[in-house]
Design a protein around this ligand. Structure first.
Ligand code: ATP
Ligand code: MG
Length: 409
């Protein structure tokens, strides 16, 4: 059973119980565009209590706001009661919800293209907001007055940029000018929610157009204060050059590719990224430029090649060099690096050390920082190809210990 089939099953069942139920929002938009929808949401005049009664397995997390998740086999479908949202107090959360009819429910949604319903049984689009006309015109337009709608929930500004980026639609001029005049208020939205929309914009293949909108609207500057014009212009080019499929960390490193590492770290904190995302970005930012260095030793090359994010580092550097007006030298350096990598063949990048800590202690090394240093230098010599056998390593280690006079008598 697909998500769509699960949603339709739920709609039929609600219908048999005397309720109106429709597909709603993003999935209707995507169906009309012939795009694949990820989730099929159901909207209904059944109250959450009715939905919970009708279906055996439900999750009631959002029942207060009219949303129940219905579980069918391994699928989860959001079933939301038609509602209006009123009394936004803080530009983020509606103060209360009121259950209502389909037309009112359409009116609370963000953009006309997201405000349509579809009746799968009668095969009918139900469109109270002229969404179909805007789909044809390929524009993102708020339902109702943009100033008011953004004032209710400032996140919608970023959502407008996301839909415009993902669908390749223009933002309607009135909607755009309201985004520009309200951009500063995006700081009232939590970093996590900003990050979700920003990720949608920056991982999309059309990300550089998205970045242009983020910058021109003032949203980028509002989210990342101090993100200056020159860096922004460079970022747009780098994002344009990056390969089609990237993850959020690589895209962010692209966005900040003209900025110092410390600035990037500070700005990314706002987004409350995961530890592994932060690590990923940090690796890309600290190692920028390294791959262009022809003097990189064999050991350094092997170590950086063994890094899980090496491919992303290479891709970022390639995009940076392509974006630079004088990047030809950099591109040539990357070509030389590729040759070096190819010449390595399938050599093991992270072989087991020829000697372990116990072996070194047996040779007379004293446990402590000295031992760590010995092990590290010996491993580098091994990666350089200077040491091939444990025998060679033992001799090398003995010499090292004599030289550093930390051999135990
Ligand atoms: P996607 O395909 O990216 O999931 P979507 O349109 O389904 O896009 P969701 O965030 O999943 O977007 O939201 C589902 C629907 O809920 C939207 O189509 C829209 O009608 C409504 N919606 C979501 N967020 C808001 C919001 N902040 N303000 C008003 N309506 C919203
Ligand atoms: Mg959705």
């Amino acid at each position: 059973m697909t998500n769509k089939q699960a949603a339709i099953k739920i709609i039929k069942r609600l219908g048999r119980n005397g309720f109106q139920a429709l597909l709603a929002g993003g999935c209707v938009r995507d169906m009309l565009l012939g795009r694949r929808a990820h989730d099929f949401d159901v909207a209904t005049d059944a109250a959450p209590a009715d939905v919970i009664k009708i279906f055996k397995r439900t999750l009631k997390v959002g029942a207060k706001f009219g949303v129940v998740i219905v579980l069918l086999e391994d699928k989860q479908v959001e079933v939301a009661t038609f509602r209006t949202e009123a009394g936004y107090i803080d530009g983020r959360h509606p103060g209360r919800v009121k259950f209502a009819g389909a037309a009112e429910d359409a009116g609370r949604r963000d953009f006309t293209i997201n405000g349509m319903f579809y009746d799968p049984l009668r095969r009918q689009v139900i469109d109270y907001v002229d969404g179909q006309a805007d789909l044809k015109k390929q524009i993102v337009r708020t339902i109702g007055k943009p100033e008011e709608r953004f004032g209710e929930d400032y996140l919608r500004m970023l959502r407008a940029v996301r839909f415009s980026t993902q669908l390749g639609f223009a933002i309607e001029p009135g909607t755009w000018s309201a985004i520009r005049s309200n951009a500063k208020n995006i700081t009232r939205i939590s970093g996590e929610r900003i990050a979700v929309e920003l990720e949608g914009i920056l991982v999309d293949p059309n990300r550089s157009a998205g970045a242009v909108m983020l910058i021109k609207s003032g949203l980028a500057e509002a989210i990342f204060s101090g993100f200056a014009d020159r860096e922004a212009k460079f970022a747009i080019k780098v994002l344009y050059e990056l390969r089609t499929k990237v993850d959020f960390a690589l895209a962010l490193a692209g966005l900040f590719s003209g900025c110092p590492e410390e600035f990037t770290r500070e700005k990314c904190q706002i987004l409350k990224l995961s530890r592994s995302q932060n690590k990923h970005i940090k690796f890309l930012m600290t190692n920028r430029g390294k791959l262009l260095d022809d003097r990189m030793s064999l050991a350094e090359l092997k170590m950086i090649l063994a890094e899980p994010y090496f491919r992303d580092l290479y891709e970022l550097q390639r995009a940076i060099e392509k974006a630079r007006p004088d990047g030809r030298g950099g591109i040539a350096a990357l070509g030389r690096l590729r040759k070096r990598i190819k010449a390595l063949g399938d050599v093991e990048l992270r072989p087991k050390p020829l000697l372990n800590g116990h072996d070194l202690i047996r040779l007379g090394a004293v446990p402590g920082p000295g031992l760590g240093q010995l092990a590290e230098e010996m491993y580098i010599a091994q990666l350089e190809g200077k040491l091939q056998t444990p025998q060679q390593a033992r001799q090398w280690a003995k010499k090292w210990l004599q030289k550093h006079r930390i051999i135990e008598k």
